[in-house]
Design a protein around this ligand. Structure first.
Ligand SMILES: Cc1cc2nc3c(=O)[nH]c(=O)nc-3n(C[C@H](O)[C@H](O)[C@H](O)COP(=O)(O)OP(=O)(O)OC[C@H]3O[C@@H](n4cnc5c(N)ncnc54)[C@H](O)[C@@H]3O)c2cc1C
Length: 512
């Protein structure tokens, strides 16, 4: 699978076959149009060979078969809001864009299940089922743009995943296209299923196992009461202590989010929230459930906030006022544009009890490298989101930003945390996998991928599994989303000429 220049005979044949499968108007191949598909929300980029926009699951399967016949790699793409380079098409891939598959196909109100297409925008699902008193819980802060398919592939979280769990807890079944172009369901609309949990394996596989074409999701009843509280503190330590105290008191709020001083400064001129001038941190605590329980829990949270010296406490029950309290948090990342033209959002996880220490260390990294870092994050889950603010056009700054990202992830891992809370590994973190996983761990993961990609038993000639329809000339172990998750190949920052990453140590202490 070598690089194919646009306009070559090989590419023209591929384009013609894809046009036959989905119609001329749904194949994007002009270089100026392909620019849009070179990147996601991260800093890495690569040009696709061609982009195809199927209009049904069957057409998606047909596109996979065409790609097989042309020996091409495939990258599924939702809205391109991913933050780890997942949808960036390495190795001349055919991008299968799912944006036309954007319908809610069925809502079973009684059983609280919906069947949706993968290109449906996350927020649209809750909007469409709210008339039944239902909602879809996982709510990434990007929910106005990101798609359910992208959420499944990244096992996305969000502010309201603290109590209710991430995407995997809300997906009952998936219809997928595998490498041979076959369509099958993993799990289904029923809550109970027996056998291996292949659905569970597929969620979070970052587009490396196949293409999701339908999703059966669990819906929840809109709670009787939702109470949102916003507390300002004069120190980050006091806000972090409040997070620990709330959890230690046995409460599991629906959301427990934090913003630091840099974030507050970015938001003030955009949303004018009027936080106290001495606020160094703002916490948002949301409680939901039965009215009586929420009232009791709110009183307890108030007490904890005051005990930790909250300088201001705002509270709201009605939807418009609650949305006001959420506005800065939900729009914070966009507001960073008031400080710098670009941001790089690091996604690490640490045990909640380590939040204070780790945030100090993150600040020290920024100070040492001369970078401004804002923090806006899911504090209840210990899911940090240090947002490094910089100018993408200054190559030296990009180099420092990548270095800072590496250092922050190392700090998270050294503190007992993980490489990613919700944004996935993609290109961004693949070089750091040995920080957490041994070779044997990664081989086991690759073995699972192999099982999805080469599902057929060896034939009598010993030719091995492989692609049944339009058999490929090359092994298909990276048919879908090549160069992601595992170390090797194109590296993070390569688009900026950055190829070397600082030496680090594996779990066993070896240099990697
Ligand atoms: C401002 C901002 C805030 C964010 N906040 C959050 C947050 O709170 N929580 C969170 O988890 N994430 C957050 N994200 C990250 C991002 O929105 C999520 O990772 C989201 O799930 C990506 O969805 P997408 O449709 O944009 O997918 P894309 O970026 O298009 O793709 C992401 C990955 O999914 C794969 N993929 C997409 N569709 C399919 C499919 N149908 N079948 C198989 N694979 C597929 C792609 O190959 C790629 O690997 C945020 C991003 C931004 C820009």
């Amino acid at each position: 699978m070598t690089s194919i220049a646009p306009g070559t005979a090989a590419n023209r044949l591929l384009i013609a076959d894809l046009e036959n499968a989905v119609g001329k108007q749904n194949v994007v191949w002009k270089p100026e149009d392909l620019l849009l598909y070179e990147y996601d929300g991260s800093i890495d980029r690569a040009a696709p060979r061609v982009v195809v926009l199927p209009g049904s699951a069957q057409e998606t399967a047909e596109c996979v078969k065409v790609a097989n016949r042309h020996d091409a790699f495939i990258v599924p793409r939702g809205a391109g809001t991913g933050l780890s380079g997942g949808a960036v098409p390495l190795r001349d891939s055919v991008v299968i864009g799912l944006s036309r598959l954007n319908r809610v196909l069925d809502v079973d109100v009684e059983n609280r299940v919906a069947i949706v297409e993968p290109g449906l925008v996350n927020l649209e699902l809750s909007n469409q089922v709210s008339k039944f008193g239902l909602y879809y819980a996982p709510d990434p802060s990007s929910q106005k743009a990101c798609t359910i398919g992208g959420n499944v592939a990244e096992n996305a979280g969000g502010p309201h995943c603290l109590a209710l769990g991430t995407t995997t807890n809300h997906v009952l079944g998936l219809e997928v296209v595998l490498a041979d172009g076959s369509l099958l369901w993993l799990g289904g609309p029923n809550r109970e299923s027996t056998g291996y949990d292949l659905r569970g394996a597929f969620v979070g596989s970052e587009g490396t196992f196949g293409v999701v074409t339908k999703v059966a999701v669990r819906l929840l009843r809109i709670p009787e009461k939702i109470h949102t509280m916003l507390a300002a503190f004069t120190s980050l330590d006091a806000a972090s202590q409040t997070v620990s105290d709330i959890i230690a008191a046995g409460l599991v709020p629906a959301a427990l989010e934090m913003m630091d001083r840099v974030t507050i400064d970015a938001c003030e001129p955009v949303y004018h929230p009027g936080y106290p001038a001495d606020a160094e941190a703002v916490l948002i605590v949301e409680l939901d459930g039965l009215t009586e329980a929420v009232t009791e829990q709110s009183a307890l949270v108030e007490t904890i906030c005051h005990k930790n010296g909250a300088s201001e406490l705002r509270e709201a029950d009605d939807p418009a006022k609650r949305a006001d309290l959420w506005a800065t948090r939900k729009g914070a990342i966009g507001a960073f544009g008031t400080i710098a033209p670009s941001y790089y959002l690091v996604d690490g996880v640490v045990p909640r009890t380590k939040l204070r220490d780790v945030m100090r260390q993150v600040k020290a990294v920024g100070d040492e490298l001369g970078l401004t870092i804002g923090n806006v994050f899911h504090a209840g889950d210990g899911n940090l989101h240090p947002c490094i603010l910089f100018n993408e056009r200054e190559r030296d700054e990009v180099r420092k930003v990548i270095q800072a990202g590496e250092r922050i992830l190392e700090i998270c891992v050294a503190n007992g945390g993980a490489l990613s809370g919700e944004h996935g590994i993609g290109i961004e973190k693949k070089a750091y996998m040995p920080l957490v996983f041994t070779e044997a761990d990664m081989d086991a993961m690759k073995g699972l991928r192999e099982a999805f990609l080469n599902p057929q038993p060896e034939d009598e000639s010993g030719a091995g599994g492989g692609v049944a329809t339009g058999r490929s000339a090359t092994p298909v172990s990276e048919r879908f989303n090549p160069g992601k998750i595992f170390p090797g190949g194109a590296s993070h920052g390569e688009a900026y000429g950055i190829t070397e990453h600082s030496v680090r140590r594996s779990r066993r202490g070896d240099e990697v």
